[in-house]
Design a binder for this molecule. Structure first.
Ligand SMILES: CCCCCCCC/C=C\C/C=C/C(=O)SCCNC(=O)CCNC(=O)[C@H](O)C(C)(C)COP(=O)(O)OP(=O)(O)OC[C@H]1O[C@@H](n2cnc3c(N)ncnc32)[C@H](O)[C@@H]1OP(=O)(O)O
Length: 303
């Protein structure tokens, strides 16, 4: 997996990979805001901000982990706690996942959690990735992803767990499972999720090439359900949520569960083996070396 850096171009190459077109640089500080109206229930951990509107039953869960909402162990833990609280909250009927960072929904798994750590850390990290997928893929409430930025790999996986995906119409944004472009293989449950979303043939091409789709191409293959101007992502998500809410909860919930249970059960059955596979794969010297080079390239990239 030789790494090649093409500076000055729109993409960076890692092995045969292309990084997403970017150019945006992000501040590292975050601003927390609070609502005081009696119908709103807001909470904010350092990386996840939750705003539950008691009058509509809709919670907006905003990722606020600068610069790129990468899914670190801390991020995943905070997200998991927030989702658990909302699932137990009877006043919440649906959750919109979106980003508070400009131009990025989520950069996927945090590479720093997969690099230079010990096997115990890799196992803990991987279990938290499995946990968030299990939670979201079998979430009883309605989930909508408001994809207001790029969304590679783990970011795409998280969006695919939702019941509906709305993406901002910006040709610079990309979404997809690009693992093969990084020289790694998407785990079987990532694969199951994309097969369930876009169908087997499209998933085959998508996974083998590690394709990253523009919003309009993602819409064509059914990876997202709607593409709207960026400023309308949240309002469209709210309107769509209202349509889902018109369906009796129990009937919708049972339908979702029946459709997704076999996929969920497959990970549950092989969870330990999957963790062992991940730890042994990510601990390999060759993989660590490649991840190190990839990180260096990300940090050096100036476009
Ligand atoms: C046989 C079976 C065996 C099973 C084994 C399974 C193995 C498979 C394991 C896991 C599957 C992997 C899933 C993943 O999600 S891997 C992560 C994939 N993500 C990416 O490749 C995205 C990389 N990032 C980018 O392309 C860009 O950063 C961007 C388009 C998201 C944003 O671009 P831009 O706005 O220009 O920002 P910068 O590139 O300048 O980045 C800012 C800052 O953030 C750091 N960074 C970016 N992405 C990550 C990341 N995923 N993790 C950690 N850090 C990240 C970047 O390095 C910059 O840092 P700084 O210079 O210090 O500010």
């Amino acid at each position: 997996m030789a790494a090649v850096l093409r500076r000055g171009a729109k993409f960076i190459s890692f092995g045969s990979s292309q990084l997403l077109p970017g150019g945006c640089k992000h501040g590292r500080t975050s601003t927390l805001s609070f609502f005081s109206s009696s119908n709103r229930n807001s909470s904010s951990s350092s990386k996840i901000k939750v705003d539950l509107d008691g009058s509509t039953g809709i919670a907006v869960v905003k990722f606020q982990s600068p610069p790129v909402n990468s899914m670190s162990l801390d991020f995943l833990t905070e997200l998991s706690i927030s989702l658990e609280k909302l699932e137990l909250d009877k006043s919440c009927r649906g959750v919109i996942l979106t980003s508070g960072q400009p131009k990025i929904f989520s950069a996927g798994l945090d590479i720093l959690d997969m690099y230079g750590k010990n096997p115990e850390h890799y196992a803990e990290f991987w279990k938290s990735v499995q946990d968030i997928w299990l939670k979201l893929y079998s979430y009883s409430k309605i989930t909508i992803a408001g994809i207001n930025g790029s969304c590679p790999a783990g970011g795409c996986l998280m969006a695919m767990t939702c019941d509906y995906r709305i993406m901002a119409d910006d040709p610079r944004y990309r979404i997809g499972l690009n693992e093969t472009q990084l020289g790694i293989v998407a785990p079987f449950w990532f694969m199951d999720t994309i097969v369930n979303t876009v169908g087997h043939r499209t998933a085959e091409l998508s996974l083998q090439f590690g394709l990253m789709y523009s919003p309009s191409d993602a819409l064509k293959i059914g990876l997202v359900d709607q593409v709207v101007p960026e400023e309308k992502v949240l309002s469209t998500a709210t309107e769509t949520m209202t349509q889902f809410m018109a369906i009796p909860d129990h009937a919708r919930e049972i339908s979702k569960s029946m459709l997704r249970k076999p996929t969920v059960d497959r990970l549950l059955a092989f969870r330990d083996a999957d963790t062992k596979n991940f730890v042994s794969f990510i601990s390999k010297d060759s993989i660590q070396k490649s991840l190190g080079m990839y990180l260096t390239m990300l940090k050096q990239r100036k476009v």
